[in-house]
Ligand binder design. Structure first.
Ligand SMILES: [Zn+2]
Length: 289
């Protein structure tokens, strides 16, 4: 069932688990995500990026997610969220389309400009019963700075500063906060380690649900520690893309004469489902719906 994000996150705040926020791009990925959530009785967030809106159109992809959420998961709560909204217009369009939560990402802007853009988005969102996620600190990886730069800059130059995070929350009134604590967009196995000390310092100053982006390559044990320290939403995107496309490649190679798209795409849906089931077990949200 489609619910407001508050229904899911307020329960997670009171519990000792986090909610997976899974990116979808099309019908098949959405089916896999929802089947995974249903199989594990786990509440989830399904999120859509601006690139996906460009690819599939806002109305179409919104209808795919909301229709499947209503019909395929009658007992499992699903909330719809905009991932990495880059401007105010995106925010307003997604709120009009029925999203219960939006992310306004001004993290690449100078701090004061980030505050202004976020504040404007939060006020607009709250007037329309919608939650807003802000972001302080730069998340490295494909959407942020490039991988090789990681060794050239010091953590204090890009990771979330606890004092600044508290100031940001107070000035913008966001509902959730995305932090940069060593997490990276993409999968950089073995290179991603969370700065749990920094997370603890942020937690002491910010009591809101914290959001971990780029968690695809992070070790499960570190994820579990982060959940104990206040991470309540964990974004998963790259892992899903890999599962989908790897499965598709294998299927096509094994069946070079198959011409039925349903036959070709079904194993990819199964691969997404399997991955979502694995993640929600790690996050502790399995069985919570
Ligand atoms: Zn992100």
């Amino acid at each position: 069932m489609l619910v407001h994000i508050e229904d899911i996150i307020s329960k997670a705040q009171a519990g000792d688990y986090a909610i997976g926020a899974f990116n979808t791009q099309n019908l098949e990925i959405t089916l896999g995500i929802i089947r995974g959530a249903v199989a594990q009785h786990s509440p989830i967030i399904i999120q859509i990026s601006e690139t996906t809106i460009k690819y599939a159109s806002l109305k179409a992809i919104t209808h795919v997610v909301t229709t499947l959420a209503k019909n395929e998961s009658t007992n499992v709560p699903i909330a719809l969220h905009l991932d990495h909204g880059s401007n105010f217009l995106s925010v307003t369009e997604c709120i009009s389309a029925g999203f219960s939560s939006i992310h306004i990402d001004g993290s690449k802007l100078p701090f004061d400009e980030n505050v202004n853009l976020t504040k404007q988005s939060v006020e607009y969102a709250h007037d329309r019963n919608t939650w807003a996620q802000g972001e302080v600190g730069t998340i490295l990886g494909k959407e942020g700075l490039v991988k090789k730069e990681k060794n050239l800059i010091k953590p204090d130059e890009y990771m979330t500063d606890p004092e600044q995070a508290a100031d940001f929350v107070q000035r913008t009134n966001v509902d959730t906060l995305a932090v940069s604590i060593g997490n990276m967009h993409g999968i950089f196995a073995g290179q991603e380690h969370l700065d749990l000390k920094r997370l603890k310092a942020i937690r002491e100053k910010v009591k809101l649900p914290l959001v971990l982006h780029g968690a695809s390559g992070v070790d499960a044990k570190e994820v579990a520690e982060a959940i104990k320290l206040g991470v309540k939403i964990i974004n998963i995107d790259t892992d899903l893309r890999w599962a989908f496309t790897n499965s598709l490649r294998q299927t096509l190679q094994a069946n070079p004469t198959e011409t039925d798209p349903r036959q070709i795409l079904s194993p990819s849906i199964d691969a997404i489902q399997e991955l979502v089931e694995k993640h929600v077990k790690i996050f502790g949200s399995a069985g919570k719906s």
